[in-house]
Design a protein around this ligand. Sequence first.
Ligand code: SAM
Length: 256
Amino acid sequence: MQYYPKELTDALELIWGEGMLSPGGPEKVADMLEGIDISGRRVLDIGSGLGGIDVLLAIKHGAAIVIGIDVEPQLIKSASNLAARKGLAGRVSFQLVTPGRLPFVDTSFDLVFSKDAMLHIANKLAVYSEVLRVLKPGGWFIAADWFWSEGAAESRIVRAWLRESQSNFAFTPPAAALQALIDAGFAEPTVTDLRHQLQKITREEVSLLKGPVGQKLVAILGKEIADSRLASAESRQAALDSGDLMPCYLRGRRPS
Ligand SMILES: C[S@@+](CC[C@H](N)C(=O)[O-])C[C@H]1O[C@@H](n2cnc3c(N)ncnc32)[C@H](O)[C@@H]1O
């Protein structure tokens, strides 16, 4: 099953920029990396999508090697093409994986990064434990992920958003994620609420979709796709405003 078919990724790329499938762009990636120098480091990106973030991690943030992994083959192909177009083949590469154990030996990476992808992975303890295993001692795990409040599954607003987004989202409350980071063995675990930041970004997204970006989507991809992106953004905005949807940053460090 493809959750990110070309008509969706084309639309998301028009909204968020080349190689990007999620909100925020380069500033958000820089914000996630605040205070952590990855120059010359080996980075794993879980859920790399179209690869725009991986290019940034290499070009803007100086990572020596970036490996992006994803579960959808058409995304791996597009991401690999992007890296080649940017002259980064060899330094930035992509691997198709199946969910579960990460295909890397222990202590392979200085940083494990993930942006807006782990919301597709239900078993947080299992994935965080795998992240810890492949990190070098002292290495950081940095992620942006989406959670929901206790009881959000029953919320009419959340259900409306899930209907619009038609994906395989697997949410937990942020407190469960923090506990899973602790249980996996991370030092310095933190979960930081980003709801206000995402409310602002989503309000801007809705207004762009009602204006110039919406017109571009209609012209390039057709009215049905433009309407469905607007409906998805509006219902996500409602779920953010109600407090049911809780985007957060996660951080944890493999003990030295
Ligand atoms: C919203 S997109 C974000 C892509 C990219 N991180 C970005 O921000 O542009 C979520 C990505 O996670 C991928 N994904 C879903 N389940 C996954 C899993 N178990 N392991 C790795 N990637 C997964 C999807 O295929 C998709 O590319």
